[in-house]
Design a protein around this ligand. Structure first.
Ligand code: ADP
Ligand code: ADP
Ligand code: MG
Length: 509
């Protein structure tokens, strides 16, 4: 490999939680020093302990800490960091932050600010794609001015439509509109939320595809014009437009479709003048009808599944590219290997309709064993603050084939214990048992449709007249699966007694 143009020595991680921990690990393997930043609520957070240096960001709210550019710039200067990794969320897609980091003399480990600007606004990105022959979902080419304009467009494109914020992200603030009478209220609600969540009032609409698949391609570009895609991730398993479970590759695509959409992803990134790792998200009506949806100009939550099937450490490659290194592989030399799955473990209370649930992790057991990876910042005794994201761990498995990977994920989840906090783990266990999911025959509607089915069977099997919560249904479902075989039944009884013991210990304290 060619000698890098620059050698990064100390990286400040402008983030927290599992991604900060994950980045520190790669830095250590590359003999690069790490600088953590931590808010007051993160005084006890693992990333602070694991990094070589740590700088306090006084305050708790994201707006006062991890989103505060002046505080981060001061931390860069005081720690002597020569580069910054933004992780995902927070300032990772802020071209303003990237610019200011460069002006402060540090390297921003991510794309050039101009490329972020080209892709950051979803309306501009859509128009850029159209100019470069990458198909987009039919929809608006400029921000919507008022309900009258939206109505006119709706009649051209046809219902249903989805309204989105041009600056949106994280699955929030989107609205599906099915008829004229809903237009006005939906538009004003969407505009209100766009300002509140994303600080940008621009809203646009596109055709809403009823039962699509979310397929995204990882791309990686160096600063010398070389770019590849690192295959797809299927992120169709979602709840309220938020990803819950991801896999790579996808059963949905054959070789030819993979190559076709992959080439579009590379063309899309090239059109933006992109450098570093990024993701092109496609919404697919069918495997041959993939439309560009948006680009995430950063590392993604689900990047580990790509790492597992390619053997590449994506954070390491982000750093190498930022050092000016040349990608040493061509598209034709890359092949996906085996199958990887990821379950996002969120601290959410199923009994409260999956509302974020902070709490203390009294005891925990993380899965291990062959080809299992857990990315988390949790440790026993850690109190999960309620100020930030509810995702607390990612369970990732790899196997040669998808059925083996499914089995391995089941096994890994059965080992996971987080005592003291409610999580989405039962949800994943129920998902793995679904025939439609196992057979790969699913869309982004899977959870919604399945929840309906679960509720219906719950009622028909003698559940009382009240509409049970999804949580209650899942509870019954997982319990009945576990008592189905004697060996699992005994495992279940140990599991229960472990919980009782903890409850007893807590009662004594
Ligand atoms: P991924 O595409 O990596 O799966 P998610 O959509 O799950 O990303 O978002 C990752 C994190 O970044 C979440 O904490 C999410 O809330 C946050 N996030 C993503 N985009 C934005 C945005 N535009 N504004 C605020 N937060 C965002
Ligand atoms: P975000 O920036 O919040 O991630 P996206 O535009 O990527 O927003 O959309 C998030 C999710 O919303 C998609 O993964 C998909 O499930 C759903 N979605 C978005 N656009 C459409 C569409 N045109 N038709 C159907 N579903 C859509
Ligand atoms: Mg998206």
């Amino acid at each position: 490999m060619a000698t890098p143009a620059v050698k990064i020595k100390r990286v400040l991680i402008a983030n927290r939680g599992e991604i900060a921990v994950r980045i520190i690990r790669t830095l250590r393997e590359m003999n690069i020093e790490s600088v953590a930043v931590y808010s007051d609520a993160d005084f006890d957070s693992q990333h602070r302990y694991l990094a070589d240096y740590a700088v306090r960001l006084p305050g708790t709210a994201s707006a006062d800490t991890y989103l505060q550019i002046p505080k981060l710039l001061a931390a860069i200067v005081s720690s002597g960091a020569d580069a910054v990794h933004p992780g995902y969320g927070f300032l990772s897609e802020s071209s303003e932050f990237a610019r200011q980091v460069s002006e402060a003399g540090a390297i921003f480990i991510g794309p050039p600010p101009a490329a972020m600007d080209r892709m950051g606004n979803k309306i501009h990105a859509r128009n850029l794609m159209t100019q470069h022959g990458v198909p987009v979902v039919p929809g608006a080419q400029a921000p919507l001015r008022d309900a009258a304009e939206l109505k006119k467009l709706a009649h051209e494109i046809g219902y249903p439509l989805i309204l989105k914020a041009a600056g949106g992200g994280g699955g929030r603030g989107m609205r599906v509109v099915r008829q004229d009478s809903e237009l006005e209220a939906a538009l004003s609600a969407c505009q209100r939320e766009a300002v509140a969540y994303f600080g940008n009032p621009e809203v646009f609409c596109e055709r809403y595809i009823e039962r699509p698949r979310h397929i995204e391609f990882q791309v990686l570009f160096d600063a010398h014009g070389n770019g590849v895609h690192l295959f797809e991730r299927d992120c169709s398993v979602q709840r309220r437009h938020q990803k819950l479970f991801e896999e790579a590759p996808s059963l949905y695509l054959n070789e030819k479709q993979r190559a076709d959409i992959g080439a579009k992803a590379v063309a899309a990134a090239r059109a933006a003048g992109y450098v570093n790792a990024g993701t092109i998200e496609f919404i697919c009506e069918s495997p041959d009808k993939a439309y560009f949806m948006e680009m995430n100009t950063r590392i993604q939550v689900e990047h580990p599944v790509t790492e597992m099937i390619t053997g590449l450490d994506l954070i390491a490659w982000q750093i190498r590219v930022a050092q000016g290194e040349v990608l040493p592989f061509k598209q034709s030399e890359l092949r996906p290997h085996g199958w990887a799955l990821e379950a996002r473990i969120n601290a959410e209370d199923p009994a409260l309709d999956f509302a974020p649930a902070a709490g203390t992790v009294h005891a925990m057991n993380l899965p291990g064993g062959p080809f299992v990876r857990v990315d988390t910042h949790l440790y026993p005794g850690y109190r999960i603050p309620d100020a930030y994201d509810s995702m607390v761990a990612k369970v990732i498995v790899w196997a040669n084939t998808r059925p083996e990977a499914l089995k391995r994920m089941q096994r890994a989840l059965s080992e996971l214990r987080l005592e003291g906090v409610q999580t989405t783990a039962p949800f994943h266990e129920a998902l793995l048992a679904l025939p439609a999911f196992r057979e790969g025959d699913f869309t982004t509607k899977l959870i919604e449709e399945q929840a309906e089915y679960w509720r219906k069977s719950f009622r028909e099997s003698g559940g009382d007249g009240d509409e049970p919560t999804l949580a209650a249904v899942l509870g019954v479902l997982t319990a009945s699966q576990q008592s189905a075989t004697p060996s699992v039944e005994s495992a279940q009884s140990t599991r229960t007694s472990l919980w009782n013991d903890t409850a007893r210990r807590e009662g004594l304290e």
